[in-house]
Design a protein around this ligand. Structure first.
Ligand code: FUB
Length: 307
């Protein structure tokens, strides 16, 4: 039976634990990490894989929050957000990201819309990185009827939001087609048309970051998924495909990354299906590895470690 003990401990919240090597979180199944660095701490926001042992589908009813000041001692905060916090959602807590602006924290999420066919993107807001968060709009930010290229029900997932040095915020998201749009300074309204990003073999899980004048767009490619990336000098592209960062994440068809610099070190935060031998694609686990750049700004391949 898969990880029976894990389910017994699955109630554990508001507690501390040590980083004893990958997977980072060993007492519950966690997926789709988004990371935020704020005031000397790193926060990891993750989905919670709650399918029963042997149940091969996504059962994800809440988002979780973990934080650390040193990447070694971690704290799990009480659940700060569920799909029930969005009155228009009927379920599913898929990939998400939190960004901070002017002391407010915006949590962009993928979830299922009650009335409009398919997945949708919502945004919740809080005065604290650990919540409580509340729906910032009362309606979804992007729904399936607003995107037109791929036309399947899970097209509008996996939001990543990036605030550029000039204060302009952008949201990238998608499955099969990668979209992006400007956000208004209030962070909760679109500002202009939804556009398509032209990058090869895009599956899902975009993540945008900037370093030394380069924009990086990393994403999950093909299926089972590898994490690959493209670079550009302009957030509007064109994006130059640069290759693989991370090979297929042991035992899981999906992967989902966050790339951050924390206290002078670069980290690649992702998930795999390796917590227990039969974990697989629906019982995933957040992992952390160092990430290294070459002198020209390209990214060295990340070898998954268990340390
Ligand atoms: O966890 C549900 C979905 O699977 C996410 O939104 C995708 O990124 C993939 O990991």
């Amino acid at each position: 039976v898969l990880a029976t003990g894990l389910f017994a401990q699955d109630l554990k919240v508001d507690t501390t634990f040590k980083n004893t090597g990958n997977p980072l979180i060993k007492y519950k199944f966690t997926a789709d990490p988004g990371a935020l660095v704020y005031k000397g701490r790193v926060y990891i926001y993750a989905g919670h894989d709650q399918a029963k042992p042997g149940e091969n589908r996504y059962v994800m009813n809440e988002w979780l929050c973990f934080s650390s000041a040193d990447m070694q001692t971690w704290y799990e905060h009480p659940v700060p957000l569920t799909y029930k916090d969005f009155a228009w959602s009927k379920g599913d807590c898929w990939a998400s990201q939190v960004v901070e602006r002017d002391g407010k924290f915006y949590w962009y999420v993928s979830t299922s819309h009650k009335d409009i066919h398919g997945k949708a993107i919502g945004v919740a807001v809080s005065d604290s990185p650990v919540g409580p968060f509340k729906d910032a709009r009362g309606t979804a930010l992007v729904t399936n009827d607003m995107t037109t290229v791929t036309k399947h029900s899970w097209e509008d997932i996996d939001p990543t939001v990036f605030v550029d040095d000039d204060g302009q915020a952008y949201m990238f998201w998608g499955n099969t087609t990668c979209y992006y749009v400007k956000l208004k300074a209030n962070m909760v309204e679109l500002d202009g048309p939804i556009k398509q990003v032209h990058i090869p073999s895009f599956t899902e899980a975009p993540w945008v970051h900037k370093r030394k004048g380069w924009y990086y767009l990393s994403y999950a490619s093909e299926f089972p998924e590898k994490i690959v990336y493209a670079m550009s000098k302009n957030i509007n592209g064109p994006w130059e495909y640069k290759g693989i960062i991370n090979e297929i994440a042991g035992n899981s068809n999906t992967n989902h990354q966050a790339i951050i610099n924390f206290k002078g070190k670069d980290y690649f935060i992702y998930h795999n299906g390796a917590l227990v031998p039969d974990a697989g694609s629906f019982h995933r686990s957040v992992c952390v590895d160092y990430l290294y750049y070459n002198k020209d700004g390209s990214i060295k391949r990340v070898m998954m470690t268990s340390e």
